[in-house]
Ligand binder design. Structure first.
Ligand SMILES: [Zn+2]
Length: 179
């Protein structure tokens, strides 16, 4: 990957051998590796056994999970917050694991719609929850720095599964708790 970044620096008309850029291919490659580490994670490792038996059947919500991802169309970052809720059905998940699931999918090349859905379906699968809701609000640098250059627009996506989809009052409760 370092060779690719060196080549890219040349192609845009810069001198990869000038002092400030000398170690840039190395640093950029490490950064890109970090930003795509989600490809090298799997859900078993991420959960690390943190699924517990519980008779709680009330909605659990984790709000404002910081999220940094990369748009798969432009390789530019998008970033914002994820809000995740679920209603347990005999099993609960360690709260920090929800944030780790968000990271596992965010640290890949993504579109926001798919990211939202992947987080929701994974949480549904690993907990067997009665319902899952995921809302993501994010700003996309590919919109802000280029293209239409709309600095203040943000994109909101949601995925509702199970009772969050079928039951209006459950969905309404979730959405009102996010406000
Ligand atoms: Zn984009």
């Amino acid at each position: 990957m370092e060779q690719f970044f060196k080549k890219m620096i040349e192609i845009i008309g810069e001198d990869p051998n000038r002092e400030g850029l000398l170690k840039t291919p190395h640093r950029a490659a490490r950064a890109f590796e970090f930003l795509t580490q989600g490809y090298r994670k799997d859900i078993k490792e991420v959960l690390n056994g943190a699924i517990f038996t519980s008779d709680n059947d009330e909605m659990v919500i984790v709000k404002d999970i910081e999220l940094y991802s990369m748009c798969e169309h432009h390789l530019l970052p998008f970033f914002g917050k994820a809000h995740v809720g679920y209603i347990p059905n005999g099993k609960i998940i360690g709260l920090s694991k929800i944030a780790r699931i968000v990271d596992m999918y965010a640290r890949r090349l993504q579109v926001q719609e798919n990211l939202t859905k992947e987080i929701a379906t994974t949480l549904q699968t690993v907990t067997g929850a009665l319902g899952v809701g995921v809302v993501i609000e994010a700003k996309h640098l590919c919109m802000m720095m280029r293209g239409v250059e709309k600095q203040n627009s943000s994109m909101k996506t949601s995925t509702m599964l199970g009772t969050f989809r079928s039951n209006n009052s459950t969905r309404a409760e979730f959405l009102s708790l996010l406000r």
